[in-house]
Write a protein that binds this ligand. Sequence first.
Ligand SMILES: Nc1ncnc2c1ncn2[C@@H]1O[C@H](COP(=O)(O)OP(=O)(O)OP(=O)(O)O)[C@@H](O)[C@H]1O
Ligand SMILES: [Mg+2]
Length: 360
Amino acid sequence: MILMEELTKRYGESLAVDTLSVEVAAGEVCVLIGPSGCGKTTTLRMINRLVEPSEGRIFINGEDTRKRPPELLRRSIGYAIQSVGLFPHMTVEQNISVVPSILGWDRSRISNRVHELLLLVGLDPAGYTHKYPTQLSGGEAQRVGVARALAADPPILLMDEPFGAVDPLTRERLQQQFLSIQKELRKTVVLVTHDLDEAVRLADRIAVMRAGKLVQFDTPERLLASPTDAFVRSFVGADRALKRISRVPVTSMMQPVKTLVRSGDTLSGDVSQVPRFAWVTDADGRLLGWLDTAQSRSPDSVFEIDAAQVEYLTVPDSASARDALSRMLGQGVRSIPVIDESRRLLGEVTLRSIEEVTAE
Ligand SMILES: Nc1ncnc2c1ncn2[C@@H]1O[C@H](COP(=O)(O)OP(=O)(O)OP(=O)(O)O)[C@@H](O)[C@H]1O
Ligand SMILES: [Mg+2]
């Protein structure tokens, strides 16, 4: 757990950080966001004492960080810095090994760890261990930066725009990788970004900063639903409703759907009651297709859908309300079925239920 208490950093007359108090729970991802120059990096660097606060205190697991020599403190805190900052004269392996070497790990333990971390961030160890930073793409270098920050398995991770310098697709992949790594490792993370979508995707809580001050500290849902003031409102943007529903899982707004069941040559369920259209499943509830009763009510008339169509006509149960909305808009329909991994039909999400969420 990280507790920042009334932190202030002065440079001459100006305040880089101004009486900032934030508490980050163990295992939580806290995202610092705000305009350029608002004090995000300075805040991060005060946590590992690369910058000493002018006033205020920081506690990690209840212990005042000033009580520990900065070098020792930093070994328990992974740090992935803005613009990666790999050592250019060192290979990928050597870069990742910096802290484990300082900690005196033996060679084989270090090389096992490097191997494991490269796999974790999705880089093939055989191809990357001996490369130099100039031989890496921006996205690869950022992944090595993240691996280096994780090297000694620190309980705390500070990440300063770790996915900044890459294209949107790679960025999304890195974010997803981060989320799945975090699900497993449960580090306490403070992450800085400029990108609100990234914050909404990754954060348990978001701290919005402006001119050194904390203006709102909330879950993504609450930040998007009720920005505290005009600054936060304009910062989260006019499309905050859309951003918000990207955090809402379809399973939370799913409604039961009446289906027909086809087994063998028969359709069970009350076919005569079907107004016009019904989804048809097999006996195990797996989606087979649909029946357009305006044309025919015969089991032979079930329009079967193939795997590619399933992808287009449904959403998986891991999808967000935003995914569902985008599918519905794409097809011009007002509801969409939700299926699980085995194609079982779980229910449906309607435009109306999404409207209800955004109107809250
Ligand atoms: N060593 C320093 N000496 C003087 N002023 C500094 C120093 N470091 C930072 N500042 C100032 O403190 C303020 C906050 O800087 P900081 O790097 O924390 O911003 P940031 O929020 O990380 O910005 P960005 O999003 O551009 O990275 C800025 O106005 C900056 O000019
Ligand atoms: Mg910065």
